[in-house]
Design a protein around this ligand. Structure first.
Ligand SMILES: [Zn+2]
Length: 247
C-alpha cells in the first residue's frame, strides 16, 4: 500500500504489523551524463515494484529525496542535508508512526552516502524502542550477483553514475540520459591506500566513477529485476516474522 494514496481513516484500520518501507535517495550530481535525481529514481522504482507485489504486507512512504550528499557539494546542483538533519528526518518519520502502533520499519536506500547514517538512525531507534523492528539495506545489495554477472567493464560492483546506474536509468528514463556524454571516469590513489574518506571532486574528473560507456537498458532491467526479487523476499520474511535458531 502506498501511504500517500491513503486517507487517515484508511491508515487507522491497517494491521499494525505491516512493514513500513521508507525509500531514501538523493538529489546529487551523477556526472555529465545522468540526472541529479538518479538515486531517488532508482530507489523509488525498486521500492514501488516491491510494494506492488506485497500490497497487503507493505506500507510504502514517499521517497526521502534529500540525502546526505556533502561529498558531492563541489558539483553544481547537488542538494544535501547535514548528517544530523538527515538522521533526524528518518527518526521523525518513524516517530510519527510509532505512536499509532506501527512497529516494523525498513529503509530501502539508493545512495551510498546515506548508508552509514541510515544504520546509525536505525540503531538509535532500536535503542529507544527495543520492542520494535528496524532494518535498512541498499537496494543494490540485493542485486550484487546480477551486477557482477552483467557488468562487462573492469568494475564489477556498483560505483557512481557507472555502468550499472547508467544502465538502470537508460531502462527506466532514457529521456534523462545524455547519451553523448556517457563517460568512463575515476582516479586511483598512488600508491594504493585503503580506508580513506574522499570527496568526489578528489577521485573523479567529472563526477562519475565507473564505465558508463558500457551501459545498456537490458543490463539495467536485469539488475533492477534482481534487486526487486531480493527486496521482496526480504520484506516478505520481515512481514511474516522470523525466529532465531541455532547456537
Ligand atoms: Zn547514484
Amino acid at each position: 500500500m502506498k501511504l500517500a494514496h491513503l486517507t487517515w481513516k484508511d491508515v487507522d484500520v491497517l494491521a499494525r504489523d505491516i512493514v513500513v518501507v521508507i525509500p531514501t535517495g538523493s538529489l546529487e550530481q551523477h556526472g555529465p551524463h545522468l540526472p541529479l535525481m538518479t538515486d531517488t529514481l532508482l530507489a523509488t522504482a525498486v521500492a514501488e515494484a516491491a510494494e506492488a507485489r506485497l500490497v497487503e504486507e507493505v506500507l510504502l512512504t514517499p521517497t526521502l529525496w534529500l540525502g546526505a550528499s556533502g561529498h558531492h557539494l563541489k558539483f553544481s546542483g547537488t542538494l544535501s542535508a547535514g548528517f544530523d538533519v538527515y538522521m533526524g528526518a528518518i527518526r521523525d518519520i518513524v516517530e510519527s508512526l510509532l505512536p499509532h502502533g506501527f512497529r516494523k520499519f525498513f529503509l530501502v536506500n539508493g545512495h551510498g552516502g546515506n548508508a552509514e547514517p541510515n544504520g546509525v538512525a536505525m540503531r538509535q531507534l532500536k535503542a529507544r524502542y527495543p520492542n520494535s523492528q528496524f532494518g535498512h539495506a541498499n537496494y543494490y545489495t540485493f542485486a550484487e550477483k546480477a551486477v557482477s554477472d552483467r557488468l562487462v567493464g573492469p568494475a564489477k560492483t556498483m560505483r557512481h553514475a557507472c555502468e550499472a546506474e547508467a544502465s538502470m536509468v537508460m531502462y527506466l528514463r532514457p529521456d534523462l540520459v545524455r547519451t553523448e556524454k556517457l563517460r568512463d571516469d575515476g582516479l586511483q590513489p598512488v600508491p594504493a591506500v585503503l580506508g580513506m574518506v574522499h570527496h568526489f571532486d578528489e577521485i573523479s574528473e567529472e563526477g562519475s566513477l565507473g564505465y558508463a560507456t558500457l551501459a545498456t537498458p537490458e543490463k539495467g532491467k536485469a539488475i533492477l529485476d534482481a534487486a526487486v526479487d531480493g527486496l521482496v523476499a526480504n520484506l516478505r520474511a520481515l512481514a511474516q516474522g522470523y525466529v532465531f535458531e541455532g547456537e
